[in-house]
Design a binder for this molecule. Structure first.
Ligand code: PAF
Length: 298
C-alpha cells in the first residue's frame, strides 16, 4: 500500500504521467467531490483491495440536464483533499471542464436499453454524460478496479455494461450504500435539505423497508407493494414521488410479480431536492441499515 504523500494533479497529461509511475494494482474512485462517508467507504474498500488508490473529483457538466443543479452542486475542494489525504489516497485528479471537454470535443458513449427506464427516463442524456466521463477517466487512470456506490444503482449497472460491452480491462466493484443513523442514504445533495426536509427525507428508506417487509411476508404482487410504498410517502406532506420501481436486479426491467433478486428503487422530491434510494431484495436479504417501519406508518 502506498504511504507516500498524496499527489494532486489537474491535467490529463500529469495524471497519465503519474499513472505510469505507479507499480501494482490501482483502485479508482470517481467522484464529483463534496465527499461524505459514502465516498470514504469506496476509498477504504479500494485501499483494502489495491496497492494504490486514485480518486477523481470532477463535477461533470454533461450529466446534468439544463434545469438541474450543476451550478449549485456543492463543492469544497480543500475539505475533500484533506479527507482523502487522511485516508491514504495516493493520487487525486481534479481536472477543470476545459481539460475533460476541450474546445471541439464532440464524442460520447451512448449506453443502450438499460437507460430507457428509471433515472434515464426522468433525466434524458444523464447516463450518456456519466458513461462518457467515466470512460475518459478509465482511459486516463487505467485502473485495475473502479469503485461505485450501490446508492446510484442504475449508474453502477450502466458502467458494468459499458465495461463488459466495450472490453475495458478492469473490474467494477459496487459498494453497499452508507446510511445515516435514521436510514437516510448518504448523498452530497442532502446538504440542500433544511431541518424539516431532512426529517421528511427518511420516508424514502422507510418505504424501502416496507417493500422489504412485504416481500419477506411472501407478497409478490409488485403493483400492490408499490401502492403501499406510495401511500406511505403520500403521508409525508413535503414529499412528491417521481417514480417507484420494482425491477429485475440485473436488467432493471419492471416486474409485475416480484422475482428475486429484485431492485426496489425510487426518486422522490423533498421540497426542491430530488433524492434517490434503492434496496436489492434477495433471498438472503436482511435489510441492513434500513429503518424499521412503525405500525402507524403503514
Ligand atoms: O456518481 C458520481 O459521483 C458521478 O456520476 C460519477 C460516477 C463520478 C461520474 O461523474
Amino acid at each position: 500500500m502506498n504511504t507516500a504523500a498524496m499527489r494532486v494533479v489537474q491535467t490529463v497529461t500529469e495524471a497519465r504521467d503519474a499513472r505510469r509511475a505507479i507499480r501494482g494494482s490501482v483502485g479508482l474512485v470517481p467522484t464529483m467531490g463534496y465527499l461524505h462517508e459514502g465516498h470514504l467507504a469506496l476509498v477504504r474498500r479500494a485501499r483494502r483491495e489495491n496497492d494504490f488508490v486514485a480518486v477523481s473529483i470532477f463535477v461533470n457538466p454533461t450529466q446534468f440536464g439544463p434545469n438541474e443543479d450543476f451550478a449549485a452542486y456543492p463543492r469544497d475542494m480543500q475539505r475533500d483533499l484533506a479527507m482523502l489525504e487522511s485516508e491514504g489516497v495516493g493520487l487525486v485528479f481534479t481536472p477543470g471542464v476545459e481539460q475533460m471537454y476541450p474546445k471541439g470535443f464532440d464524442c460520447a458513449i451512448e449506453p443502450g436499453g438499460i437507460t430507457e427506464r428509471l433515472e434515464g427516463v426522468v433525466r434524458p442524456g444523464h447516463f450518456r454524460g456519466v458513461a462518457t466521463i467515466v470512460a475518459k477517466l478509465f482511459h486516463v487512470i487505467a485502473p485495475t478496479r473502479a469503485y461505485f456506490g450501490q446508492k446510484d444503482a442504475q449508474q453502477a449497472r450502466v458502467i458494468q455494461k459499458m465495461v463488459a460491452d466495450l472490453d475495458f480491462d478492469l473490474d467494477v466493484v459496487v459498494v453497499p450504500t452508507v446510511r445515516e443513523a435514521d436510514g437516510l442514504a448518504m448523498s452530497s445533495r442532502n446538504v440542500y435539505l433544511n431541518p424539516e426536509e431532512r426529517q421528511a427525507a427518511v420516508v424514502l428508506s422507510k418505504s424501502l423497508r416496507l417493500a422489504e417487509q412485504r416481500v419477506n411476508e411472501g407478497r409478490r404482487d409488485a403493483a400492490s407493494i408499490r401502492g403501499e410504498m406510495a401511500g406511505l410517502i403520500a403521508r409525508e406532506p413535503l414529499a412528491r414521488i417521481d417514480y417507484i420501481s420494482i425491477a429485475d436486479a440485473a436488467s432493471l426491467a419492471e416486474l409485475s410479480e416480484v422475482r428475486l433478486p429484485a431492485l426496489v428503487s425510487l426518486a422522490v422530491r423533498i421540497g426542491k431536492t430530488r433524492l434517490i434510494d434503492n434496496a436489492v431484495l434477495s433471498a438472503s436479504q436482511n435489510g441492513e441499515g434500513l429503518p424499521q417501519v412503525d405500525q402507524h406508518d403503514e
